[in-house]
Write a protein that binds this ligand. Structure first.
Ligand SMILES: [Cu+2]
Length: 477
């Protein structure tokens, strides 16, 4: 294997060199030349390691080069720590034995994204202080994917703040603190806000399309969208929308979904309604790749789907979840309107990177919503006529918190949840239900007839979550 040795000759980041790199010979020549300079004892002041020492001129470089092989397994580097004499140069071979791409940023250098099964070798420069590295793929550092270089001997300086790596998003380490990224709009501000047309999500559920085979494309993109009034941030999307498209069919139908990854990181999809071995169809695919995920819907109800790439909490929080609705063989009872509400938490974050990984990891959400946006059905209510009967399907995609779905002024005469009716119109009309309770990934529907005109509010009856945005209006005329 060819190992280019030596720091970059300019301010550019050094080239991480894949084994497939085609220009090995010239690198070898450059590397040998620089190595010769090191051996001659010339201080390389352009080294980022030297730059970070408190007084670079005072630190004698050992001239030693330490080479280590680091394997990536799951969300960790193995080993995740290396000790080297102060002043020595560290060359790492990074072997990715995980099923999704990873990288390593260390000492100011970042490797290319290493695909599963591939390896890169890179020169991380000279170390004179303890230094933390990490994987820059979204959410991986928050999941513990860090790598420590510990220097021994000499007069190593204490690690500077910049070298610890905690400056990635200033202030985000305090998971219990205020969100540093944005002012969270209060309920009054949300109610007076103009709802961005792009953000509004039609809650009307269309009947299942005819035919028994549903061929669909799911294109994954990463886009900047409005996730709360006045707050735009990156989202990761199935077909450009959050939640993803609501699919509908009936028991016995075949769904053939072509998942294509047009994003910048690994993504995948897991359909809960599919009873299939997860190994191939739920695999994480790299940018530019695609796969076909086929299943036969054998059981009716409302089923979650979501990106299954780690950390799933972050991929779901960034918008990668949705619903599949399967009708029973004999069909459902007649209603005048059907709606679908996908409930979720909202984690604010920087515009360019989206939901903050550390806040997601801590379960610290800022807002909640149905269908992608807080309070959107207060801003633009659902409207029906008095005497009409509605069915509202509700799915909780979380990622973490339960929903207690309730409509102020209504009792549900019919509730279906997770494979059974708990109350049903015509079976015992002397009782009913006040909530549809849903843990994350659970779904169901309620049916209700609104006899009197008025404004009926639907909420997550976990009241602080209603106040964060899981709140909407049905106007009965
Ligand atoms: Cu994803």
């Amino acid at each position: 294997m060819t190992i280019p040795v030596g720091p970059p000759t300019s301010g550019d980041r050094p080239a991480p060199v894949a084994e497939k790199y085609t220009d090995r010979v010239s690198w070898l020549v450059i590397g040998l030349a620089i190595a010769a300079v090191v051996i001659l004892g010339v201080t390389l002041t352009s080294s980022p390691g030297a730059e970070r020492a408190s007084s670079p001129a005072a630190v004698a470089q050992s001239g030693e080069t330490v080479t280590e092989t680091i394997r990536i397994e799951g969300m960790s580097y193995q080993p995740n720590r290396v000790e080297i004499p102060t002043g020595s140069r560290l060359v790492l071979e990074l072997v990715n034995e995980d099923n999704q791409p990873h990288d390593l940023t260390l000492n100011g250098y970042t490797t290319e994204l290493v695909a599963p099964g591939e390896a890169v070798t890179f020169d991380a420069g000279v170390f004179t202080a303890d230094t933390e590295g990490w994987c820059t793929v979204a959410g991986h550092r928050a999941q513990g994917m860090v790598f420590d270089v510990v220097v021994t001997g000499g007069t190593a300086a204490p690690p500077a703040a910049a070298a610890t790596g905690h400056d990635m998003h200033a202030g985000t380490g305090q998971a219990d603190g205020a969100n540093p990224f944005a002012e969270v709009p209060g309920p009054a501000a949300r109610l007076s806000a103009e709802l961005d047309e792009q953000a509004w999500f039609d809650p009307v559920l269309e009947p299942a399309p005819t035919g028994t085979v549903h061929e669909l494309e799911f294109n994954v993109t990463e886009e900047i969208r409005e996730v709360a009034p006045g707050h735009r941030q990156a989202q990761w999307l199935f077909n450009g929308q959050a939640p993803g498209p609501t699919l509908r069919g009936k028991v016995g139908d075949t769904f053939r979904i072509t998942l294509r990854n047009d994003g910048t990181m690994g993504h995948s999809v897991d359909f809960h309604v599919g009873e299939v071995s997860p190994d191939a169809p739920m695999a994480t695919i790299a940018p530019g790749e695609s796969l076909v995920y086929e299943f036969v819907a054998r059981r009716w109800g409302i089923w979650m789907y979501h990106c299954a790439t780690a950390p799933m909490s972050l991929h779901i929080a960034n918008g990668m979840a949705g619903a599949v609705i399967i009708d029973p063989p004999a069909g459902l009872d007649a209603v005048d309107h059907e709606y679908a509400l996908v409930g979720h938490e909202i984690f604010l974050g920087p515009e360019d990177t989206g939901a903050d990984a550390e806040r997601v990891n801590a379960g610290q959400y800022d807002l909640t919503g149905f269908n992608g946006f807080p309070n959107q059905y207060d801003l633009r209510p659902i409207e029906i006529d008095a005497g009409q009967r509605v069915r509202i399907w509700v799915l909780n995609v979380g990622p973490d918190n339960p929903i207690s779905f309730h409509i102020v002024g209504a009792i549900f005469d019919t509730v279906f949840s997770e494979g059974r009716y708990t109350v049903r119109d015509g079976l015992d009309d002397a009782t009913g239900a006040q909530v549809l309770p849903l843990l994350p990934a659970q779904g169901g529907f309620v049916e209700v007839t609104f006899d009197e005109p008025g404004t009926y509010t639907f909420v997550n009856h976990i009241m602080t979550d209603a106040e964060k945005g899981q709140h909407g209006s049905i106007i009965v005329r």
